[in-house]
Ligand binder design. Structure first.
Ligand code: BES
Ligand code: MN
Ligand code: MN
Length: 451
């Protein structure tokens, strides 16, 4: 390993712990002071790593940290994006150690945000320090670290529009995805889009005695379950008319290439303690979670859910439903198709209200660009093997937004693993992933400057 990283790794980890201790949960307004504190922390660390013009820029929402290290007009410019906000920690009782008191067990850092995205974002800050100390920052580097990624990046478009002059670059570099393994390096080449809706079903005008009325009125929870069930057929295809119309057809040649990635089904079953995987007929698990769109209920509630029994037919039933989208599907169009269809399948006696939440467009990144080639070389330098290109199932809506507004492609240089349990209790990040990631980022800048 790079000797500067080796000599300073304990301090790097201690600094990461410091930022992990600040609960920068973006979805809950009661953490807004911690959000500000985290932004200030990022600013201070960018400055001490050698960045200039570092600023915490206020937005109508959470601040965005901007900073830069400019080394010459003749050098290419890399715009690094990351996020310092995190998901809520709950259910808190399932954590083995408190989510905002990071600790290392078995070579892994346990904390909310350890991987997504504080750990990965902070690799870029430390990579700048490494390069500054070695006396050679090979590219111009700009940093744009936001605090609203987990709630839909609502103000990033505003920032890009208002600070367009600062954001000239040749490539965007993002570490906010996962890879197959340190011994099976891969680079993410695509992300799914997202359409997210909340549905409210209203039956009778008030909760009813389930004996006096049971059997004579439509129960909104029963109706909701039937409606949800009908959204997928027996081969696990989504039944919303027009849902697949725009889906990009991936060629057999590309599917064959995808099939070369090691099959992780057995490992996944073991990790998740389930005896079978399931999904759309005719596709492998990797395909189901990358090149195919899906629909999932994320939450469902209504009626009596407290202790004991209460005999009641509820007036209302609710669900949150997400659809992951693939290239050529549009988030708004799918939300509209869903809304029309869901309203049309409501049984008599039920009113439906559909409220869209944030969404995002899918993105694929080119694998023949200078940026992608630099990423491949950097991985090879650091991990000793050529990385495999793999599309991912998650969403980072700003990748499509950057392409649209700035005309820039992104390189998804993520070092997470499937075992990191992002968004779940006991989120973790490998110490080696963190340290190797820092080294690989320095190599990326080196190769990109030569491209
Ligand atoms: N970093 C994740 C996305 C991700 C993780 C992509 C692993 C690929 C591999 C990001 O923070 C995230 O959680 N995105 C959300 C969408 C967002 C609009 C809330 C998601 O995918 O659910
Ligand atoms: Mn993330
Ligand atoms: Mn996330």
């Amino acid at each position: 390993m790079n000797s500067y990283i080796e000599q300073n790794k304990d301090r790097f980890l201690e600094e990461l712990f410091e930022i992990l201790r600040i609960p920068s949960v973006s979805t809950d307004a009661s953490f807004s002071a911690d959000i500000k504190k985290t932004a200030e922390f990022v600013k201070a660390k960018l400055e001490s790593a050698g960045a200039e013009n570092v600023e915490v820029v206020d937005t109508p929402g959470n601040p965005i940290v901007y900073g830069e290290k400019m080394v010459g007009d003749d050098k290419p410019t890399v715009l690094v994006y990351g996020h310092y906000d995190v998901q809520p920690a709950d259910p808190i009782e399932l954590w083995e150690s408190p989510p905002f008191e990071p600790e290392i067990r078995d070579g892994r850092i346990y904390a909310r945000g350890a991987c997504d995205d504080k750990g990965q974002m902070y690799m870029h800050v430390k990579a700048l320090e490494v390069m500054s100390n070695e006396g050679e920052v090979p590219c111009n580097i700009k940093f744009m670290i936001e605090g609203e990624e987990e709630i839909g990046s609502n103000n990033l478009g505003w920032f890009v529009d208002n600070h367009r002059d600062r954001l000239d670059a040749d490539i965007i570099l993002i570490s906010d995805t996962d890879m197959l393994g340190l011994d099976t390096p891969s680079i993410c080449t695509g992300l799914r889009g997202l359409s997210y809706v909340e549905v409210e079903l209203t039956g009778p005008s008030r909760d009813l005695h389930s004996g006096l009325y049971g059997g004579s009125v439509t129960n909104p929870i029963n109706a909701l379950c039937e409606m949800i069930e009908s959204l997928r057929d027996e081969s696990n295809r989504i039944t919303i008319p027009g849902f697949y119309d725009d889906v990009e057809v991936v060629t057999e040649a590309e599917r064959a290439k995808m099939g070369l990635a090691p099959n992780k089904d057995e490992q996944t079953k073991k990790e998740l303690e389930i005896d079978e995987l399931d999904g759309e007929e005719g596709y492998t698990s990797l395909e189901r979670t990358s090149i195919r769109p899906t629909l999932d209920v994320n939450g469902i509630w209504g009626g009596y859910t407290q202790e004991g029994a209460k005999t009641v037919i509820p007036s209302k039933a609710y669900a949150k439903i997400s659809m992951r989208l693939v290239p050529n599907q549009s988030s708004d169009a799918i939300t509209e198709l869903f809304t029309k269809h869901f309203e049309s399948i409501a049984p008599k006696g039920i009113q439906v209200k559909v409220t869209p939440h944030h969404g995002g467009e899918p993105a694929v990144t080119p694998i023949d660009s200078k940026g992608f080639k630099a990423a491949e070389l950097a991985m090879k330098d650091t991990l000793g093997k050529d990385p495999i290109p793999v599309r991912s199932g998650g969403s980072i809506p700003i990748v499509a937004m950057f392409k649209e507004k700035l005309g820039l492609d992104s390189v998804l240089f993520g070092f997470g693993l499937s075992i990191d349990a992002i968004h779940s209790p006991n989120e973790s990040y490998g110490v080696q992933n963190f340290l190797k990631g820092i080294e690989a980022i320095t190599r990326f800048h080196y190769h990109f400057s030569k491209a």
